[in-house]
Design a protein around this ligand. Structure first.
Ligand code: SF4
Ligand code: SF4
Length: 189
């Protein structure tokens, strides 16, 4: 599974910096997740006790519900703050769309992080437009397609990153709040 690089998660102020550009209700969800850090960290510890398939089902169901309520085009916080890891296939696809050589694309837009992965040199993403649309949408990196990963299998393996995403993505914040209302400390609904 491709997951986003944790660079952008290091400080919650990174999230807060862009809050004014998103809907107030999304801002409220993220601020609340930051305020409930301790409570949520402890809740995520409890989630580890839930059998993998059950945990996947819980998250996958709530993912659909959350994205019926949250509009990415009124948010784009992931594109402004965290950014994706880019694999060679992503680089080839983007280079083709932009009609540049992969080597030129890499030198212009990417850097190698401490885990030896390609990431964008700068955030917000250079391909994010002012209206929150992605200018390379059809060729966007896989990690962008999959973010915030809450509709995928093996959620347990990404619980730590999902906890961090609850302070970046309003949809994840919503999912976590819904989960807290439906899952008891023993991990049973
Ligand atoms: S995936 Fe989450 S953070 Fe990204 S734009 Fe959609 S709601 Fe916002
Ligand atoms: S490539 Fe597109 S979807 Fe991915 S971070 Fe940039 S603007 Fe967002």
């Amino acid at each position: 599974m491709t997951i986003l690089h944790p660079d952008g998660y290091q400080d919650s102020f990174i999230t807060i910096r862009y809050l004014r550009q998103m809907l107030p209700e999304y801002e409220k969800l993220l601020k609340s997740a930051v305020e409930k850090k301790k409570e949520n960290r402890s809740f995520f510890e409890k989630l580890k006790k839930i059998p993998g398939r059950d945990l996947d089902a819980l998250f996958n169901d709530l993912h659909e519900e959350a994205f019926e309520k949250v509009d990415c085009l009124k948010c784009a916080n992931c594109c402004k703050t965290t950014g994706p890891l880019l694999k060679n296939k992503d680089i080839d696809r983007l280079s083709e769309q932009l009609r540049v050589k992969p080597a030129n694309f890499v030198s212009e837009h990417l850097r190698i992080d401490e885990d030896n992965d390609y990431v964008f040199k700068k955030m917000p993403c250079p391909f994010l437009k002012d209206d929150n649309y992605c200018s390379v949408y059809s060729a966007r990196p896989n990690a962008c397609r999959e973010y915030p990963h809450t509709d995928q299998r093996n959620i347990r393996s990404i619980l730590p990153i999902t906890y961090l995403n609850s302070m970046i993505c309003p949809a994840v914040a919503l999912i976590v709040e819904e989960l807290k209302g439906s899952v008891n400390p023993l991990g049973q609904r």
